[in-house]
Design a protein around this ligand. Structure first.
Ligand code: SF4
Length: 311
């Protein structure tokens, strides 16, 4: 039984400018103790996908398909049932720790509250556990730091505190949304190591725009472009043999591989093209790509790609 299985998920929402088709027919599976990297440019629908899983969306959002968590369809659960899962079994580590932490509460109290809510410990025990969690995420002088406010923490320490909140209660699935965004190189390396060490016994969906960071942490990579998955494979296979022109473009834009950015911009999620969504930016585009929308096909042993070159 998979920990998470997303089947044909669509998440759309109305804005003043039109209907945003943020997630389109996404299929994704995460097994026990497996770490999947969801990689794509800003605005490609990654975060909406993660908020769909944890069901933190506006009530007016249109959502279709299935999100099976341990075979139970999350989309069919009542809010009360969902509250029992959210935070306790599925936890989210949000990007931007500056806004994710409450500025008027001590960091230790914020971690203790999460523990108290989800583990049913007494408040004193929850506070002790919060200090243990700060030690686990390598915050020096954890007992003293637990009594400090977020503004007294550096950016890296705030990110660690968020990871501590996520891991303090969650037993099963972590969704980490860009936890290394905006961090300097040294802190980023520390957070990557921490995420690797702390999530060994858990499943994780690791969301990032940074393919190299995903590769350090994840077993499998799912490339997302303009609201849909375009490539999925084991991390090694994506690195040895990237199939989709978008994935190849991302590789070519890396500093150690030529620093050549992909030309053009992603299409608007309000006005998606009827053919291949990468058509305007693709060096291999043919006439047929303009009007025909490619399906995801399996090329070899679990390596999937959505591109007419392989049709
Ligand atoms: Fe490029 Fe065509 Fe493949 Fe789209 S389907 S990625 S335009 S080759």
């Amino acid at each position: 039984m998979s920990v998470l299985e997303i089947i044909d998920l669509k998440t759309w929402f109305q804005t003043q400018d039109g209907l945003v088709k943020a997630v389109n027919s996404v299929n994704l599976r995460i097994e026990k103790n497996e770490r999947v990297g969801l990689v794509g440019e800003t605005g490609c629908g990654k975060t909406v996908l993660s908020f769909s899983i944890i069901r933190l969306l506006q009530p007016t959002t249109m959502i279709e398909g299935k999100i099976l968590y341990k075979s139970k369809d999350i989309l069919k659960l009542s809010e009360r049932e969902m509250q029992k899962i959210r935070g306790k079994e599925i936890a989210m580590i949000l990007q931007n720790p500056t806004t994710a932490l409450n500025p008027v509460l001590k960091v230790g109290d914020q971690i203790a509250e999460a523990i108290w809510l989800h583990q049913g410990l007494k408040k004193k025990e929850a506070k002790e556990k919060a200090v243990e969690m700060l030690e686990a995420v390598k915050i020096p002088l954890a007992e003293k730091r637990a009594n400090e406010y977020p503004h007294q923490f550096s950016g890296g320490m705030k990110e660690r505190a968020l990871i501590a909140i996520g891991l303090a209660c969650c037993t099963s699935l972590i969704i980490a949304d860009e936890p290394t965004r905006g961090l300097d190189v040294t802190t980023k390396a520390q957070i990557i190591k921490l995420m690797k060490d702390m999530t060994k016994q858990r499943s994780m969906l690791f969301i990032t725009h940074d393919l190299e960071v995903a590769a350090e942490i994840c077993d499998n990579i799912a490339m997302m472009y303009a609201g849909e998955l375009v490539e999925y494979a084991k991390t090694d296979d994506v690195f040895k043999n990237p199939l989709h022109p978008y994935t190849q473009g991302i590789f070519n834009s890396l500093p150690n591989r030529g620093l050549k950015p992909i030309k053009g911009m992603s299409p608007s999620l309000i006005d998606l093209p009827s053919g291949c969504r990468f058509y305007q930016r693709c060096d291999y585009a043919r006439e047929i790509c303009k009007n025909r929308h490619p399906e995801m096909v399996e090329m070899e042993n679990g390596h999937f790609v959505r591109c007419l070159l392989y049709d």
